[in-house]
Design a protein around this ligand. Structure first.
Ligand code: GLP
Length: 255
């Protein structure tokens, strides 16, 4: 059993609960423990999930902790934050395929929801997804990554804090950061994302960031004046948001 008590430095800054880890093993182990703690203390079993390279070790750790407990199934409904538009659902580059590869092929869940990457009417799909989340009782625990430009989900700089699930044109910065993952198709320039308002409606939020490439986005989110220019800075108005980062991602913070 990992002893995680001294595995991180803890700070409360600008309404955010920040934990800085020396080791990824402890960071991801704690990130998964937060999920199990949530499930043991809250009736809301709707979990908002994120994707990207940052979350691959999270799902590996979640699967490993489930197996260690003899669990092959989690009694949760999962709602992914976002999805590219203009790809067939089984395209290897969709987040639906990512989720299948990293989690759902290994651990069963009660229900899993993700916007349709191949929706004929994307705006209708976005509004359907928002209504689906609400009709199921809202998100209990929302996980987030962060883009190098401070985006959360695909809420690019400039997005208002009260937006609900909507379609977006991806920024040059996001296209440049994420196109390295597209080996077999051109990266779409459009996506569907939960809005910042949708994200802020979750009972609890956990953002994970690792690596030096995220340090400026973390600095802007945590320490500079909150601004739509850094979408993750909106988390400061939530009241129950925890940020788990490693030392390189924390390296621009003046603590
Ligand atoms: C994408 C996703 C975000 C994610 C971000 C970071 O843009 N839409 O939800 O947080 O990538 O990804 P990575 O972890 O690969 O840096």
């Amino acid at each position: 059993m990992l002893q995680t008590k001294r595995a991180y430095t803890e700070k409360e800054i600008n309404g955010l609960h920040l934990r800085i880890y020396a080791s990824h093993q402890y960071l991801y182990s704690d990130a998964v423990k937060i999920l199990f703690n949530h499930l043991s203390t809250s009736k809301n079993r709707n979990i908002g999930l994120a994707t990207g390279a940052t979350f691959e070790p999270f799902y590996a750790e979640l699967v490993s902790q489930c197996k260690a407990m003899g669990k092959e199934r989690l009694e949760v409904n999962t709602f992914n934050l976002d999805e590219y538009l203009g790809l067939s659902r089984d395209d290897p580059n969709t987040y639906a395929t990512y989720m299948q590869r990293h989690l759902f092929s290994k651990i069963a869940v009660e229900g899993s929801f993700i916007p349709n990457s191949n929706a004929a009417y994307p705006e209708i799909e976005a509004s359907f997804y928002e209504n689906l989340i609400r009709s199921k009782g809202g998100i209990g625990l929302q996980y987030l990554g962060i883009g190098t430009n401070g985006h959360i989900g695909f809420n690019e700089p400039g997005t208002a804090t009260d937006t609900i699930t909507h379609t977006v044109e991806l920024s040059e910065s996001t296209i440049s950061s994420n196109s390295i993952y597209f080996k077999t198709a051109r990266m779409p320039h459009k996506a569907i994302t939960m809005g910042i308002g949708t994200i802020l409606s979750a009972d609890k939020i956990v953002l994970i960031a690792t690596g030096k490439s995220k340090s400026a986005a973390i600095m802007g989110s945590v320490m500079q004046d909150p601004s739509p220019d850094v979408p993750a800075s909106a988390l400061r108005m939530h009241g129950n948001a925890t940020i788990l980062i490693d030392a390189p991602a924390a390296s621009s913070l003046r603590l």
